[in-house]
Design a protein around this ligand. Sequence first.
Ligand SMILES: [Cu+2]
Length: 504
Amino acid sequence: MRCLHGSSGQLSRRGFLTVGGGVVTAAALSGCGSLLGSPTQIGPSSPLVDEAERARRVAGARIVDVTLAASPTTIDLGGVQAQTWAYDGLLPGREIRVARGDVLRVNLSNGLPQPTTIHWHGIALRNDMDGVPDVTQPPIGPQAAFTYEFTVPDSGTHWFHPHVGMQLDRALYAPLIVTDPTEAGDYDVEAVIVLDDWLDGVAGDPDQRLEQLRREGMDMGGMDMGGMGGMGDPSRDPLGPDTGDVDFPHYLVNGRIPAAPITVQGRPGQRLRLRLINAASDTAFRVALGGHRLSITHSDGFPVEPVDGDALLIGMGERYDAVVTLQDGAFPLVALPEGKQGQALAIVRTGNGDAPPADSLPAELGGQLVMAGRLRAVEDVRLAPRELDRTHVLTLGMDMGGYRWTINGEVFGQHEPLPIRRGERTRLRFENRTMMFHPMHLHGHTFQVNNGSGTGPRKDTSIVLPMQALEVDVEADNPGQWLLHCHNVYHGEAGMMTVLSYVE
Ligand SMILES: [Cu+2]
């Protein structure tokens, strides 16, 4: 590949190109930046990114145009007013719904006092539209605008949010639902359920909270159970005893506190598909619908062999679809924050009768719990068996004495990018050396969790339990520079991010 801007590019330990000591932004990353004899990064503006997009593009594809305006606003959480930042003044933002193969074109205008971007979480899209500042695009400045345009190749329950600072912990998120016109879809009605933990504009803001964690250091952050508390009781504490760094005053379903919940309407006997999205920053939820069992059908948008259970565990950034056969009455859909006080609530109603109270705790929450480890991908979406070409080990750690979360001993910015070549089957092995769980998210790909028999669920975000390892396998079919990080936003912003870097 020809380097279009001279030979001064150097791949630094920061993972950016440095020219004369300065850091250049993504626009300059195009296919350039080699040290003599070392591989060249395939940057976001490489022709290979265009080529991958052309291969995804369906002839005569429909173009879906959307406009979004991010700005400061006041949101009513149901009697609690929160000063926050939102898309078009809504929480969650307006759902985007497209069909597999559509081209999504979104014009974002930034009315925020900070630069912003949008990351399309779960979509295997072209690298230059992935929304990671200084990795795939320059950040969009205040009062500026940017148009994202990309083919949406896979159906499923996805979502979008900024990838700048702590912005995701405000109201800046919305569902992105991708339908499959050929899907059989054994259900009658559908509800998109977005879970969140909330403090913005009620108890300070997320930037202040992160600063507080940094001041307090790990003593108050990740280490409160470290070394002494042990691993707890796995049946009661499936994520270990230390599940979060932040206590939130409110937990929300679709932007509402339990005192003023949304209602999902159906009729007795109908099959209701729940599309569950955990948009929280620091909270995993245990979800159950009183009087019903859940049949889990999809993990992060991809179909699994249905598994029934009473409750579901969902980490930050994860999505699950579940189908229930509706009973007659009014039922609480409850999301309990794991290891924290409080709860989130929606009502599912098929008949008359009083709504369940705000503090409903259906017995199903203590019943059979489904976690990702029990799920198997349906045959169609399993990765074809083949030899591994490469394995990357990612050690998840923390620094004592400061609020610093690390991958392979480094915080983001000091990280060594993890090289990968097109066509390689690559295994990512996460080794968690901390006492907290980390929901690790890979951009631009859907991996398969290695369960030892080639049948693990397809996902893009997987929980790595405290002091345990998890392996996921990736087909390297989408050239570019892809963020790989913890979806605890506080951990990610405190360093737990790296880059899976296509080279040639
Ligand atoms: Cu984490």
